[in-house]
Design a protein around this ligand. Sequence first.
Ligand SMILES: NC(=O)c1ccc[n+]([C@@H]2O[C@H](COP(=O)([O-])OP(=O)(O)OC[C@H]3O[C@@H](n4cnc5c(N)ncnc54)[C@H](O)[C@@H]3O)[C@@H](O)[C@H]2O)c1
Length: 414
Amino acid sequence: MKIAVAGTGYVGLSVALLLSQHHEVHALDIVPAKVDLLNAGKSPIVDKEITAFLDRNASGERPLNFQATLDPAQAYTDADYAVVATPTNYDEKRNYFDTSSVEAAVAAVREHSPHAWIVIKSTIPVGYTLQLRERLHDDHIIFSPEFLREGHALYDNLHPSRIVVGAPQDDEAAVAAAKTFAGLLAQGADPAEAERHNANGSTGIPELVVGTTEAEAIKLFANTYLALRVAYFNELDTYAESRDLDTRAIIDGVCLDPRIGDGYNNPSFGYGGYCLPKDTKQLLANYAAVPQNLIEAIVEANRTRKDFVSDEILQLVDGVKEPVVGIYRLTMKSGSDNFRQSAIQGVMKRLKGKGVTVIVYEPTLNKPDFFGSPVTHDLAEFKAKADAIVANRWNNDLDDVADKVYTRDLFKRD
Ligand SMILES: NC(=O)c1ccc[n+]([C@@H]2O[C@H](COP(=O)([O-])OP(=O)(O)OC[C@H]3O[C@@H](n4cnc5c(N)ncnc54)[C@H](O)[C@@H]3O)[C@@H](O)[C@H]2O)c1
């Protein structure tokens, strides 16, 4: 089968490589540097599994049928499937996702391939696929939510918890195309994965073919639940800190209940990263006239948490004349290679709003400043200059200055 993938970011690249094990895949991007890098066998993002795949391909050990391109004609002409994995940033003015890159990709596919099945993998508002199908009079568009984690993008596609594809349930051809696409994703997964699911008594990796709107809702409700969990344990920590209690002891005791479990319970400055902040806001926007209390609270809780954390930090430097606060890493998680929407940026903004001088240690940022705050790669100089150091996630780099570090990373993990 010939498959095109629009967008070679976390989602597009991992799906493209997964599918290229068994099919001819052309991955298209609009950024020449990314395409050049990929065609030289290098990954534009930090991801162990992606790098291993590209290396094994280059050495001939496990060849992939994969090519990156800037040329829409090469990618889309005669494609059976065209997967769209372009960004959907949250537009704060319109209070909705900006889906323009998805629509640009869909238009480009249609220019070269009138009949390819277009599978939107980008996260989109609930109801979007049906509206797009109607607006474009195009019944060859379906949607498949992506659940990967950054840093484990390809791994998560090789070991999927489930495969979900949405197609209008009254459209036989679309449902058949959705089932075929689910099968393509399952075919690319690690064979041991199907056995693992089988061992649980089920039959292989769970494949759900549901309505497009249900599939869109699955994605936004899943991420909003994860945000809820982060916000919940953060708010538990806010309470414990305010009442001088041992957060760790409380979380340990709470999470030993198997119904609650141990994941996603490490306090932080807020939920962040590319997806959770925007997906929760989009779900709230989708509620519009539908009654709710929780969804709004999940969005609000992140702001309240950052206000609380900022106030705590300000107290640490209270009384210091012209205090300097050092931000240790802009990334969200310790192994991350980007800092899209990281919570520490919200804390930084609040500190600067109170007139505090902020300096940044971020070795992956090659710019002299970040929103007006100087950036250094010199850790010793950074430690010496800062009156207090703020770290969303702990790193042993900070051991020698532990007494001036503010972190809520109680379990020393993401
Ligand atoms: N990053 C995640 O963890 C994650 C997880 C699940 C879902 N998603 C969703 O998937 C989508 C993509 O996210 P991502 O993190 O992979 O984004 P990304 O920013 O890493 O990659 C997007 C890529 O699309 C390219 N692009 C933009 N417009 C294009 C066009 N018209 N044609 C072809 N390529 C184009 C960009 O140059 C970029 O390389 C978003 O909707 C996101 O919400 C992301």
